[in-house]
Structure formats: structure tokens, C-alpha cells
Design a protein around this ligand. Structure first.
Ligand code: SF4
Length: 331
């Protein structure tokens, strides 16, 4: 990824990663800012400039480090080395938090975040799992920072706990030779190819994602599949069945033996509609009043009857191919 411009907090140069990034992108314009959370000139841009905003890189330090309890694959959601992303999934959950400023932000004080993570993990009286990728896509971020090998090497020096992160990207090769000790849980998000092409703009293809899953399983990582988000477009049953056929045919035996599955249905919002209409006027309209509840300025989700039908369908289709007990949750 080559950003068009970099906005940065000047103190990043006190950090090793900050210095490295300054060097790596020395040919790109750098614009100093006071605080990565509030860049007025970017906040005031039109929604139609969303694509251009996504080509920026923002670099600063993370100031808030509050862990939030979680009860799915992990015990805690951990704010880590980035937020936002360069891709443009039309439903991206980060748009709810950051609006059109959901561009990639990097936080260079990774040593501080890692120290805290290790302290949390070692002082617990049980093995904890930490979700470190809930605010961004760490496989994508790794292309810019190289943070994932650094993270895995450092986290596994403490002998307790696990880390996990999801991705829609396939660039896993730098992770394959690492000594992860079986304490890293990788979760690949999948969707039918036409959903990826038309809705998950700028992410890896299904072919590449399947290849990456098999590589990670082969390298001994714990690997899960995230069917997320399920999007109930007109032919949803047919395309999700085809997706599961492909997974059944193309995932390696090693992967299929150990895999777990999470299923998440899409939620959407007024903010998404507004940005998408102005930034991607040609794109598919994901809001469907017949199918969704919620109106006005709020969030939208699938109506209960449709949603129940979807849950049963996805559950049965997955169980038929991959056996019982694989699905951790459907939400
Ligand atoms: Fe958002 Fe993830 Fe898509 Fe990036 S890859 S735009 S973080 S949903």
C-alpha cells in the first residue's frame, strides 16, 4: 500500500516504528497534526471524497487502552496497533464509529500496548484470549508495519494466554515460519465471490482467502472461519450454498478437522447509506425496507422472520457439510 499523504503526530519519531515509517515513506508528503482523533480538514470533507480519504495514512500514538470484556472467541477486546482500513466494505462496522474518517490509522507505541497485554495475561489466574484485531485488519496493516511477526514473537515470550484476530486479506506468508506455539487464533472472514467483488471493495478474493486459510492451518495455527457478514441479497440462499460447497471442496483436510465457525448477519445504518450513495453511486443498495427493521437515522437489521429463516438455513447448510458442533455462535 502506498498512501497519497500521511498525517502524523510529531512525537511518533520517538518510537522505533515511527522512525521506520518516516524512512519507508520519505517520498510521500507528511502533514503534522495535533491529534489523530480530530483532523478538522478531513472531517469536513464531503462524503463523495470517501475513496480519497481511504488512501491516506494517519500515524499517531494510542492514548486509550481500555480492554472490553467479550464472550465469543476472546475474553477481551484489546485496542491495539491500528484502527480503520484501506478497504471499503460497504457495510464496514468501523464507519459507525468513525464515519468517513475510517481510514487506516497506525499507532506506533506498540511496546506500551504489548507490555500491558503481557501484564494482563500473566497476572490472570486462567488462560485468557485477547482479540487484538477488532478495530482494523491486522493482515492488511502488517503490509505497512510488519507488526504481526513482531507481535507474535513478543507475545509468545510470555508463556500464558492467546491472541486472536480476523481478516479479509490473504497476505499471510510472513506469519508462516513463526514459532506461534499454538497460541494465535486466526479467523478468516468469507463471503460468496460476488459479495466480495461488489460489496467488500478492496479486499482479497475468495480464492486467495481459501489459499491463505489452508496455509495458516498447515503452519499449525488454530484457524476459524467467519461467515460474516451474511448479506441477504436476492439470491442469498444459492450463493451461500455455493460458497459452502467451495469451502468443503477446497479447504484442506487438516483445516476441516480443526475448524470452528462463527456466523454474523449484517447490520447496516443510515450513515452507511449516506456515504455509499455519495461515494459509490453505482454500487448495490444494501438497505431493503421489506427485509430490514429500523428507519431514519439509526441502525438497520434483518426482520426477525427473515433472520430466523437465514439462521436455520446457514446452520443446516454448514452442519450438513462440516458436521455438528462446528458453529460457535450465530448472531
Ligand atoms: Fe472494514 Fe474490515 Fe472491510 Fe476493512 S476489511 S473496510 S475493516 S470490514
Amino acid at each position: 500500500m502506498r498512501p497519497t499523504q500521511i498525517y502524523y503526530e510529531p512525537n511518533i519519531e520517538q518510537y522505533t516504528l515511527g522512525k521506520e515509517l518516516k524512512e519507508k515513506f520519505s517520498d510521500i508528503p507528511w502533514i503534522p497534526i495535533e491529534n489523530h482523533n480530530n483532523i478538522e480538514e478531513l472531517r469536513s470533507k464531503e462524503n463523495s471524497e470517501f475513496r480519497n480519504l481511504k488512501q491516506l495514512l494517519i500515524i499517531g500514538t494510542r492514548k486509550t487502552h481500555k480492554y472490553v470484556e467479550n464472550h465469543k472467541v476472546s475474553d477481551y477486546l484489546v485496542p491495539y496497533t491500528s484502527s480503520g482500513c484501506t478497504a471499503m466494505c460497504l457495510y464496514c462496522y468501523l464507519v459507525c464509529n468513525y464515519n468517513k474518517c475510517s481510514y487506516l490509522r497506525l499507532f506506533v507505541n506498540r511496546e506500551q500496548m504489548m507490555d500491558r497485554l503481557i501484564r494482563y495475561s500473566t497476572r490472570s489466574d486462567r488462560e485468557l484470549t485477547f482479540e487484538i484485531g477488532s478495530n482494523s485488519d491486522l493482515i492488511l496493516e502488517n503490509e505497512v508495519t510488519g507488526n504481526l511477526p513482531w507481535t507474535i514473537d513478543n507475545f509468545t515470550k510470555c508463556k500464558k494466554g492467546s491472541i486472536t484476530f480476523p481478516s479479509k486479506f490473504s497476505m499471510v506468508d510472513p506469519l508462516l515460519p513463526l514459532n506461534h506455539q499454538g497460541r494465535v487464533i486466526f479467523r478468516m472472514s468469507v463471503n460468496p465471490e460476488e459479495v466480495i467483488r461488489n460489496i467488500e471493495l478492496g479486499t482479497s478474493s475468495l480464492d486467495k482467502r481459501i489459499e491463505a486459510i489452508n496455509k495458516m492451518a498447515e503452519a499449525g495455527y488454530k484457524v476459524g472461519i467467519l461467515v460474516a457478514p451474511v448479506i441477504m441479497v436476492d439470491n442469498w440462499k444459492a450463493i451461500y450454498s455455493q460458497l459452502f460447497d467451495r469451502l468443503e471442496a477446497e479447504l484442506s483436510e487438516k483445516m476441516k478437522k480443526q475448524m470452528f465457525i462463527e456466523v454474523i448477519f449484517m447490520t447496516y445504518s443510515f450513515v452507511h447509506r449516506k456515504i455509499n450513495a455519495e461515494a459509490f453511486p453505482e454500487s448495490i443498495e444494501l438497505f431493503d425496507q421489506e427485509k430490514m427493521t429500523g428507519r431514519g437515522m439509526g441502525k438497520y437489521c434483518y426482520r426477525n422472520t427473515l433472520r430466523s429463516e437465514g439462521e436455520i438455513f446457514i446452520h443446516d447448510e454448514l452442519e450438513r457439510r462440516f458436521g455438528p458442533g462446528r458453529i460457535l455462535y450465530i448472531c
